[in-house]
Design a binder for this molecule. Structure first.
Ligand code: HPA
Length: 263
């Protein structure tokens, strides 16, 4: 049975509607994952679900053990991971509530996080030209189409270290640089999945206009959580639909990501 991993962001701590099969506590060489992995059956696939911020949301984005989370997924036999990430809209066309199946990343965490499995003797430079799996992105977009849920195809996700929100000047800069949404959790998650030759794609949920974009003089964490709660039904519907659309065998090149990456 193919195993699909789901890493839930703020507001997504469970996927109801799936047949719950159990829980797995995984030990990793990188320390503790964010919590136990919930294992559930969804038709012909098995889902391993992990809430990124912990089941009680007590792990801040800069404290998430991304390596343990991704390594844990691989050790459970997961080959493909869907990440759900709350984000601010940099592009004024992406109103709060928009769902964006991003296709590019700019990483502004700038080395502040443990962001590789290869920090020992082995020197690896994994290709990251297109950071998300094309097959999984396609499945997410098709699931949205089938369920009549509006989803934007493509967009650049800017990852900041947080936990503070950004300044107006930072957001204006990210916008000029080509960023469409900004969040604190998309990296190094995507890159770590690639290093383990796992497919990874993300759905950014725009919870607010990023700093300075809407003319508001302040942002609040409350608006983020409120918009996540408002979109939760659509997110869950979309997830339930996507599981049926993921092909049994991977045809993409994520499974061979380490080919030609060694010095
Ligand atoms: N900035 C960074 N991360 C976020 C935001 C934001 O405006 N909204 C939700 N996550």
């Amino acid at each position: 049975m193919p195993k699909i991993g789901v890493i839930g962001g703020s507001g997504l701590y469970d996927i109801p509607g799936l047949a719950r099969l159990g829980e797995e506590a995984v030990k990793t060489p990188y320390g503790e994952p964010s919590g136990r992995y919930l294992i559930a059956g969804a038709g012909t696939v098995e889902v391993a679900f992990l809430p990124r911020h912990g089941a009680r949301h007590d792990i801040a984005p800069h404290k998430v053990n991304y390596r343990a989370n991704i390594w844990g997924m691989k050790s459970l036999g997961v080959e493909r991971i869907l990440g759900i990430n709350a984000a601010g809209g940099i592009d004024p066309g992406l109103a709060p509530g928009s769902l964006v199946i991003t296709d590019q990343i700019m990483d502004f965490t700038l080395g502040a996080r443990e962001s590789t499995f290869y920090d020992g003797k082995e020197v690896i430079h994994v290709d990251f030209t297109d950071p998300y799996c094309p097959e999984l992105r396609g499945a997410l977009l098709e699931a949205a189409r089938q369920r009549g849920i509006a989803a934007v195809s493509g967009g650049t996700y800017v990852c900041t270290n947080g936990p503070r929100l950004e300044t107006r000047a930072e957001i204006a800069f990210f916008g000029r640089a080509g960023g469409h949404v900004v969040g604190m959790t998309g990296m190094p998650e995507a890159a770590l999945a690639r290093e383990l030759e796992l497919c990874y794609s993300s759905m950014a949920v725009v919870t607010n206009a990023a700093a300075g974009v809407s003319g508001a003089s302040r942002l609040s964490a409350r608006e983020v959580m409120e918009m996540m709660a408002l979109r939760m039904e659509s997110i869950k519907k979309l997830l339930q639909a996507v599981f049926a659309l993921i092909p049994a065998q991977r045809q993409c090149c994520c499974k061979d990501a380490l080919k030609d990456s060694r010095l």
